[in-house]
Design a protein around this ligand. Structure first.
Ligand code: SF4
Length: 300
């Protein structure tokens, strides 16, 4: 039996940067983080053990002046900075530079078109409603942006008005292309000129480029354990891609969950003594957690 961890799995650059910022700021004193620093409960618990306190928006409004609050890689809407300023809170801004750039582009688009009264534009975000990054992006448009998750929600758009389409950084490239094609086909079917759509593929390549690598890894193994947090949309997307490549791919959030697969692994290794077990994860999955899964498997 051979157990291997995918070289390409684990924290992306934006998450690594936010966690490094938290660890270095914790050395200076108490630190709050607005929302889970990463969508991985085990990593959040590790940092909370070091003193990081996770807070929500209600807590932010009642923190004493001079408290230090870290803003995670997902980014925040302008209202968060405003609240912090009003309360005299020190902000440690760990917004991922890729997200920051996207926020700037959406805000620039909103500012450029918000006064087009004759044909009011629609800024559309392909993303998950309520996701922290999406809330930050909507905030750049004074919350006027329309969020859609799939082509079935296109009836929420007015095709007589210009559409400026952007994407949440962790959505799938295929899903975005499908959306663009569908919008263009609605225009064609209704004799509307296609120039009313301006689209920007703003999907982060740190995620998109992992798909092919993860699928190759999944195919090269007989059974795969995808390690991810249940709150992570990136983990769900990447897990589904792995599952497409290898039907025997299973989602686990902790090393202990591996125990549920003891019987199955034992059966498989009886018929295949060279059984290959792969361990991989999302951009929010810490390496130490994948290593813990590997150690648990080795102990079987
Ligand atoms: S997935 Fe991309 S955009 Fe999101 S935090 Fe990581 S590097 Fe930044």
């Amino acid at each position: 039996m051979k157990i291997s961890i995918d070289d390409h799995s684990g924290f992306c650059f934006g998450v690594t940067r936010a966690i490094q910022a938290a660890e270095s700021e914790l050395e200076k004193g108490s630190l709050y983080c607005l929302g889970d620093i990463v969508h991985n409960g085990q990593e959040v618990a590790r940092l909370e053990m070091k003193g990081l306190a996770t807070i929500d928006y209600d807590d932010l409004r009642t923190l004493p002046a001079h408290s230090r609050v870290l803003l995670r890689a997902h980014g925040e809407p302008p209202s968060t900075y405003w609240i912090a300023q009003q309360r005299g809170i020190e902000v440690i801004d760990a917004t991922c530079p890729v997200v920051k750039k996207l926020q700037d582009r959406i805000r620039a688009c909103y500012e450029a078109h918000k006064n087009d009264e004759a044909v009011p534009p629609q800024i559309v975000i392909y993303g998950k409603p309520g996701h922290a990054e999406v809330i930050g992006l909507q905030g750049q448009t004074n919350n006027t942006a329309i969020v859609i998750e799939n082509t079935h929600q296109l009836d929420r758009l007015d095709f007589q008005r210009p559409i400026y389409l952007f994407s949440q950084t962790t959505k799938s490239v295929e899903g975005f292309q499908e959306l663009v094609e569908k919008i263009l086909s609605v225009y064609r079917d209704n004799g509307i000129t296609e120039s009313r759509l301006e689209y920007h593929d703003t999907i982060c390549r740190n995620v998109a480029n992992r798909v092919a690598q993860l699928q190759a890894f999944a195919k090269a193994n007989d059974i795969v354990f995808f390690v991810g947090g249940t709150k992570s949309s990136n983990a769900k997307v990447l897990f589904n891609h792995c599952k497409e490549a290898n039907e025997r791919t299973y989602f686990v959030s902790s090393a202990e969950e591996i125990d549920d697969f003891k019987f199955q692994i034992s059966n498989l290794s009886n018929t295949n003594p060279d059984l290959k077990i792969g361990i991989c994860g999302a951009t929010s999955t810490p390496l130490w957690l994948m290593e813990a899964v590997s150690e648990r498997l080795s102990a079987f």
